[in-house]
Structure formats: structure tokens, C-alpha cells
Write a protein that binds this ligand. Structure first.
Ligand SMILES: *Cc1c(COP(=O)(O)O)cnc(C)c1O
Length: 372
């Protein structure tokens, strides 16, 4: 097979709408001179996202990390929070920004999400909440997690940065727990260049969140909390409105690529694709494979060889958060406490998947992995 790969193929490439379609939005901003602070595009995007996602309230943010920090602050979460080490570092950083101690609990080997069966053993009198991640957009076991939370009177904040548009049998996966947090970063399924949001179940919580993302201002003359500047600008909100027009097409393209990988890789010894975890609507945000011991070469050798071919997969999530020097000292960070996550981090490789990825390149990647 002759190589199609002339320029680097990264794990993802942001989707952008046609530039000329964005110009009318910019003209509006230039004429009304409203750049931020809950402007008209901001309001429209919050409304449009509620409708598209099938949720009650959305509070837009400048990025997902500030949204995570504010979500925890809005619920006044303190003490210890149970979370997964198998995620992007922003998950546990958001806890530290609130002065909360992260407690790492191992993941389920099939979904790579927080394992509900291991949560109870990690609960102490200081535990106030659980912060799971819908990793790769595969839903957590939301029912089991809620049951534990109810039994122990804990809050649940989902890091749903990967889970835009994902639905289970009851509808949006974002309706579970007390709050869910989205990221609209350039690398995510739905992007506003940078951006994020908190999905919340009631108007009162949204109002508190809206105060917190605006320095804690309550009205014009009073400040009631040490809030932050977390507001999404009109530029990003306008782009979000335009991106929404293309999201279904983008998701459909991702699905085609997902299917092609699954079919092409299914009979290769030592390569496992993650199965969906019962979602009704998936978003195919990532395409993780696990490179097991039966595969002829190691995960890292496969990673290097693909890079030499100008294909750049990513080892998400390696190293685990618990392996970073600043987290390593936590009692829950020991590898013996996290055997499943430790193995997953050694085996995982996320293959390129994005709407504009050419199917001939997908075929070439499959061919290359088959030929080792
Ligand atoms: C991307 C991401 C974040 C952070 O979102 P930003 O918008 O980049 O701040 C948080 N958690 C997870 C799991 C992510 O993948």
C-alpha cells in the first residue's frame, strides 16, 4: 500500500465552520460593541445548548477547568473528594484549587471509568463528594454512583469534558449527579476555540454559578463570594452558535470512522477496542485501543512506529494523574491501590479521529497495526 500520509496526522483536528459564515456574527459584535458580560450571543448559546443537549440549565464558561473549579465552589464542597486517576490533570487540579484533597479510586477495566464497587472503601468522615469522569465520552455507571452518594450523603460532580451530546436510555448523560461540566476546548467534540459550561438542574444553582463566574457580584454594588472571571466572551459564544449547526454532521462522520476502526481491528490478536458502556447516543470523541501482551510489539513501540509514519496517536491517559510528582505523595496514589488504571495507562493508545479525517488514512492506520 503506498502511503497517503504527506502531512502529520494528529489524534484530533478541530472542526471549523466555513469562515464566511462567521463574518455576519462578527459584524454584529462590531456594531453592537458588546464583547462579554452575558451578551446576546452568550444568552442565545445557553438557550441553544439547553435545547440541543436536552438539559434544563447551562452556564457558559471561558474554559472547562474554570467551570470545574466553580462547580465545586458552588456546592461548597470541602474535605476529601473521591475521583479517578485516569483523566486529564484538570480533573484533580480543580479539587486542589478548592483546597480539597483528591482521593484516587481505581477504574473499571471495561469502561475505564471510576469503579463504583471500589468507592465505598475510600469513603472517610471527611468525604463530601465524588467526582467521576465520563472518560472518552463513555458513560459512568451513573445509577451505582448515585446510590452510593445517596447512602453517604455525598455530592456528585461529573467531569463531562468528553461527554458532549452523549445520551443513555433516560436522555442526556449530563443530567446525572448534582452538576456536570463540559469543555469546548479546541480538541473536544464541540469547540468554541476555548470554552466550557456547567449543566445544572435548577435555576437557583445556575444563578449562584453565574454570580461566581462574575467575581461573586450580586447586583451592581455587592460582592458575596470570592468568585472568579469565568465568563465566556461574545466571540466564543457566537462561534458556538455556528458550530452547533454542524455538530450533527461532525458526529456522524466520527461514527463512520469509529465503525471503520472497529471492523478493521477486530481480529487482531492483542488489540482491544473499548466497548461502548450502554449509551444510546455516543459521540465518538476518542478512539482508544488497548495494546495487550499478545500483540507482537509494545504499546510504546507501536506509538513510536506510527509517529515515524507521520501519524501521531496519543497515550491518553499516561501517565496517570496519581503518577505526577505533585500528586504522587498522596496515600491513595500508590500503584497497589490503582492496578487497573496502572495497566490501562500502560496499554492505551488513542488513534486519530475527527470529522475531516480521510477514510484512506484510517485504512492505512488499520493496515499498519495489522501488519506488525
Ligand atoms: C479537556 C479536559 C478538561 C479541561 O477543559 P479545558 O476546557 O481545556 O479547560 C477537564 N477534564 C477533562 C477530562 C478534559 O479532557
Amino acid at each position: 500500500m503506498s502511503s497517503q500520509i504527506k502531512r502529520p496526522i494528529y489524534v484530533t483536528q478541530p472542526f471549523l465552520p466555513p469562515l464566511e459564515e462567521f463574518l455576519p456574527y462578527l459584524e454584529k459584535i462590531w456594531s453592537n460593541k458588546i464583547l462579554t458580560n452575558n451578551g446576546p450571543f452568550h444568552e442565545q448559546l445557553e438557550q441553544a445548548l439547553c435545547e440541543y443537549l436536552g438539559v434544563k440549565h447551562v452556564a457558559l464558561f471561558t474554559n472547562g477547568t474554570i467551570a470545574l473549579v466553580t462547580a465545586l465552589q458552588s456546592l461548597r464542597i470541602t474535605g476529601e473528594v473521591i475521583t479517578t486517576p485516569y483523566s486529564f490533570v484538570a480533573t484533580s487540579h480543580a479539587l486542589l484549587w478548592n483546597g480539597i484533597k483528591p482521593v484516587f479510586v481505581d477504574i473499571n477495566p471495561n469502561t475505564l471509568n471510576l469503579d463504583p464497587e471500589k468507592i465505598e472503601a475510600a469513603i472517610t468522615p471527611q468525604t463530601t463528594a465524588i467526582m467521576p469522569v465520563h472518560c472518552y465520552g463513555y458513560p459512568c455507571d451513573v445509577q451505582a454512583i448515585q446510590k452510593i452518594a445517596d447512602n453517604y450523603n455525598l455530592r456528585v460532580v461529573y467531569d463531562a469534558a468528553h461527554a458532549f451530546g452523549v445520551e443513555d436510555a433516560t436522555g442526556s448523560i449530563l443530567q446525572h449527579g448534582d452538576l456536570s461540566v463540559l469543555s469546548f476546548h479546541a480538541t473536544k467534540v464541540f469547540n468554541t476555540f476555548e470554552g466550557g459550561a456547567i449543566v445544572c438542574p435548577d435555576a437557583k444553582t445556575k444563578q449562584r454559578i453565574d454570580h461566581l463566574k462574575n467575581f461573586g457580584f450580586l447586583g451592581e454594588t455587592n460582592v458575596v463570594a470570592p468568585g472568579i472571571n469565568g465568563k465566556m466572551s461574545e466571540f466564543n459564544a457566537a462561534l458556538g452558535l455556528l458550530q452547533l449547526k454542524y455538530i450533527d454532521k461532525a458526529l456522524a462522520r466520527r461514527k463512520e470512522i469509529d465503525i471503520a476502526y472497529r471492523v478493521g481491528l477486530k481480529d487482531i490478536r492483542g488489540i482491544d477496542c473499548l466497548n461502548d458502556s450502554g449509551e444510546k447516543v455516543a459521540n465518538h470523541a476518542y478512539f482508544p485501543i488497548l495494546v495487550g501482551e499478545d500483540y507482537p510489539i509494545s504499546r510504546d513501540d507501536l506509538y513510536q512506529k506510527l509517529k515515524e509514519k507521520n501519524i501521531h496517536p496519543r497515550r491518553y491517559f499516561y501517565p496517570l494523574i496519581s503518577e505526577f510528582s505533585m500528586y504522587r505523595g498522596l496515600p491513595s496514589a500508590h500503584r497497589e491501590n490503582l492496578p487497573v488504571a496502572t495497566t490501562a495507562a500502560q496499554q492505551v493508545l488513542c488513534l486519530p479521529i475527527y470529522p475531516d479525517l480521510d477514510m484512506s488514512i484510517v485504512d492505512e492506520i488499520i493496515h499498519f497495526i495489522t501488519a506488525q
